[in-house]
Design a protein around this ligand. Structure first.
Ligand code: DLZ
Length: 167
């Protein structure tokens, strides 16, 4: 999948004021350098969108992202930014971890009506992941994109809910 056509530049030039959006980050712990880049990118988006010091919950691996995202949603968070990177190895494990994390996060979004920023990199090589991690020299900044997507979606959900509350 290509990163071309991303709305990130638009978000960066016209960021929303999300200072009162309840948002948290859940981040896996495999592949340190890539994860550091993703988390830093998510924090850059938070700053642009005026969110101060969001909580960050670390989990062991990407497989554990959905259950923590669900717990955060149950506690009233409106937006959860899920960050992880899975690198293909020589066994089918890659597919199982990727699909469990992806399906699980999607389920949390739909079951809880919460905005999930999908910042899970699923790559063949570490080089591909580094190129998307928002580090110096990376072509893409998926941590920023995921956080911006979660905040924009949470704002849209708020507007929809408020509108129908008053009608
Ligand atoms: C087991 C495993 C493997 C092989 N690779 C990754 C990976 O590239 N990225 C990642 O986030 N997690 C990986 N894991 C760990 C699983 O996500 C999970 O944490 C363990 O299976 C324990 O439940």
């Amino acid at each position: 999948m290509s990163g071309e056509g991303s709305p990130t530049t638009h978000y960066q030039s016209q960021p929303l004021d999300c200072h009162d959006v309840r948002v948290a980050v859940v981040a896996a712990s495999w592949h340190d350098q890539v994860m550091d880049g993703l988390i830093a990118g998510a924090m850059r988006a938070m700053t642009d969108f005026k969110v101060e010091a969001p909580g960050v919950v670390r989990v062991p691996g990407s497989f554990e992202l959905p259950v923590v995202a669900a717990a955060l949603a149950e506690k009233g968070y409106e937006a959860v930014v899920a960050l992880g990177v899975v690198i293909r190895g020589g066994t089918p494990h890659f597919e199982y971890v990727c699909s469990s994390a992806t399906d699980g996060l999607n389920r949390v979004a739909l079951d809880h009506g919460v905005a999930i920023g999908f910042g899970l990199l699923t790559c063949d090589t570490e080089e591909q992941a580094l190129d998307r991690a928002g580090l110096e020299g990376s072509r893409e900044d998926k941590g920023y994109e995921a956080a911006a997507a979660a905040l924009v979606t949470a704002t849209a959900l708020r507007r929809i809910r408020r509108r129908y509350e008053t009608e």
